[in-house]
Design a protein around this ligand. Sequence first.
Ligand code: 5AD
Ligand code: FES
Length: 352
Amino acid sequence: MDMKTLIDKLEATRDLTDGEFLALLTCTGEDMAYLAEKARDLRDRIYGKEVYLRGLIEFSNYCKNDCLYCGIRRSNGNADRYRLTAEEILSCADQGYELGFRTFVLQSGEDLWFSDDAMAGLIRALKDRHPDCAVTLSIGEKDRPAYQKYFDAGADRYLLRHETADRAHYEKLHPADLSWDHRMDCLQSLRDIGYQVGCGMMVGSPFQTPECLLADLRFLQAFQPEMVGIGPFIPHKDTPFKDSPPGTLTDTLRLLSIIRLLLPEVLLPATTALGTIHPTGREQGIRAGANVVMPNLSPRGVRGKYLLYDNKICTGDEAAECVNCMKARMESAGCRVVVSRGDHPGYRKGDA
Ligand code: 5AD
Ligand code: FES
């Protein structure tokens, strides 16, 4: 089968054989342009030209984990640690609301200083102030009662990248005290509780093979997440992977398009990491079928401290500057950002 026939088959059936997926993962040039066009057209049929904004509030870079790829891993003694207060977090959100954000993403390392009750209180306070907004959590692995508590406090969505669907690969990226099974259990709990769930992986992470990516695609097909966060791996100078090559723009764009065709309604961000490896990475991500961007709302004073990888963009800009910049970027990609919660089409809170 030639590549275009494969792409048509993926669009029509949302499935391919293993061999076909592996072939598609190598497409380039004209074939890749065709893939992007199909993905973009499908995105347009579902979401039009509307791109959803998520206001990212990176509220703590303390982390008890030691993931080998991550710049805020606990053993990085060079990381300049910070934690925002509840008041600071709420004030970021207030500012974001004025700028048109209707989703706030609370992201942090796994920082045990914030108890489950403290998190629940924060979520409730945020929902009280902005009842028309969605709250997304991205705070790592917790036990099921904790996830339930946050949900009951009003959290709508949860991002927990699976990082890789290949167990042996997972073990090469993480220390022994982190387990692939536990990560998968967490995702299942989140799903059972009724969150809109986001998973995802880095593209080009150390030891990643085409078979790892195939396993990721099979996992996405089976799990049917509402959101998928993918971006290139980028080395951080204070980690064991400091000399590993970064993931590429082409590989990331190709995967974004494949994921759009696999999960037509998925919420798919063009990530900051994609914007970091190429000046127009996020715009190209949108052109490849993404429909979400996540500008940073963290206070300027801490922006430069939440560094998972080197050369992160937008660390010196005020939130308002970032939003205006993003609006222009999305327009240059043929889209427009909208003031909306931007829920997954299949989602109603309370149904679960
Ligand atoms: N390069 C790119 N992405 C990274 N992440 C962590 N470290 C890096 C890195 N060095 C991603 C992980 C994590 C998410 C918050 O950021 O996939 O889940
Ligand atoms: Fe942040 Fe451009 S999006 S400065």
